[in-house]
Design a protein around this ligand. Sequence first.
Ligand code: DQA
Length: 142
Amino acid sequence: EKIYVLNGPNLNMLGTREPDVYGEETLDDIATRMEARGKELGFDIEMRQSSHEGHLVDWLHEAQGDQAKAVILNAGALTHTSLALYDAIKSIRTPVIEVHLSNPAGREAYRHKSYIGMAAIGSISGFGIGSYELALDAVARL
Ligand code: DQA
């Protein structure tokens, strides 16, 4: 079964981007870990990143067309602003799990609202790369 792992703006900069907040591992490191855990669980991981909102909207639709079992989504800052991503999640039957490396609820007030969280089946935040792996474990329980 296919699992889409979609990453939004600036997540291509992981490793050098605010390492005190987001850690020193890169998006490629996350992809490697997800592929390994996916293999254990029998999942085929489709890992993507874009800083463009519309690409993420298109990929959410594509996940449904592709009969993906679920989408794991870290929408980056679009989490807190994007009604288009909220609507895209609502427009597909494919379950979406929200993930964040950091814990936005413990950060600035402007990160407290999540459009993704309002449409997703659940959210995992604050465990660094572990948030992604936990999301995969959650998919295995669906
Ligand atoms: C993030 C949290 C967001 O608030 C922020 O804009 C990001 C990364 C995270 O994974 O912790 O870009 O989604």
